[in-house]
Ligand binder design. Structure first.
Ligand code: NAD
Length: 299
């Protein structure tokens, strides 16, 4: 089996690659740039053995060439919330058209299915159960879920979309919600850090999300699903306290508005489709993140 991983050069991709490599699964990365640094930091030497194709997800021809011979697609390539707010047209091309390109490539290559990163951004600030996005990013993610259902109805392409809120852990260094991870990094080198949002949000450890994608790639399922991924709800003050538990002298504060997504995300019946999945408590995930920035090794 060969798994195509779009956006595989990013944070989440690196952790998924680490898991799939441990199972001996062949992978092909598709990313707009060939920078293997994050994958190397998280997954080790496997980074240098990957079949890596560069191209723009918004260009169907780039992607269909890369998809030839692949059996399953993990689709991560996207622009994150700040880029979508700044440039909605470009972001629609990448996040929305790019996702349609993945489904078209899956159809042409006869793939078994697609697992893609949606987001808890599909929920607005007022409700964590009924999607009502108030960001361009969330709106595009929600549209992708609808298109995935249409690809199941029209072409029988099975898919599963996952909606995490804040994914944190070693390697999460960009995007609006990178603050908790960057605070862990700063604490390990004795620097103070200001997290750029306030209030509560659901935090999920990156390896738990990687495990969900691994399950989707290795178990058989049918239909078009969209599952919310629930970690642990934490106020920024609790995150700062959690980091201080591991680095007692850490100086962490926060400022800025609350995030534009509801802090409490309703759980989805994911286990019925993908079975038992890991759940890392926040205090342990922060500890593993601190340990990574102290030692350079994933624990
Ligand atoms: N990190 C989070 O907290 C979080 C939360 C919810 C959902 N997600 C989703 O998970 C996915 C992965 O997120 P991440 O944190 O790993 O982001 P990331 O920015 O680290 O990785 C995204 C990757 O996509 C690539 N990419 C961007 N535009 C591209 C294009 N036009 N063509 C080809 N490749 C392109 C980038 O080069 C990058 O390697 C995204 O779809 C994101 O929306 C992330």
């Amino acid at each position: 089996m060969t798994v195509l991983i779009t956006g595989g050069g990013g944070f989440l991709g690196a952790w998924i690659i680490r898991r799939l490599a441990a199972r001996g699964i062949d992978m092909r990365v598709f990313d707009r740039r060939e920078d293997r640094g994050v994958v190397r930091a998280i997954a080790g030497d496997v980074a240098d053995q990957l079949d890596w194709r560069t191209g723009d997800i918004a260009a169907g021809s780039d992607l269909s060439r890369a998809a030839e011979g692949c059996d399953f697609a993990i689709h991560l390539a996207a622009l994150l919330t700040p880029d979508c707010a700044e440039n909605p047209i470009l972001s629609a091309q990448v996040n929305l058209i790019g996702t349609l390109n993945v489904f078209e490539a899956a159809k042409s290559a006869g793939m078994r299915g697609v697992a893609y990163a949606s987001s808890a951004g599909v929920f607005g600030p007022d409700d964590g159960a009924v999607p009502y996005p108030t960001t361009q990013y969330g709106a595009f993610k929600l549209a992708c879920e609808g298109s995935a259902r249409a690809y199941w109805a029209d072409a029988r392409i099975s898919s599963v979309g996952f909606r995490p809120a804040i994914v944190y852990g070693p390697g999460r260094e960009t995007g609006q919600t990178a603050g908790p991870t960057l605070a862990c990094r700063a604490a390990t080198v004795g620097q103070s850090y200001t997290i750029g949002y306030s209030g509560r949000a659901d935090m999920i450890y990156v390896d738990d999300v990687a495990a969900v994608f691994e399950a989707a790639a290795t178990r058989s399922f049918e239909g078009a699903h969209a599952f919310s991924l629930v970690g642990e709800v934490a106020d920024v003050s609790e995150i700062a306290a959690g980091i201080r538990h591991h680095v007692p002298n850490a100086v962490i504060d926060w400022c800025g508005p609350p995030l534009s997504l509801h802090p409490v995300i309703a759980p989805s019946p994911i286990g019925a489709v993908l079975g038992e999945l890991p759940h890392t408590p926040l205090i342990d995930g922060l500890g593993r993140t601190v340990a990574f920035y102290q030692s350079g090794a994933v624990t």
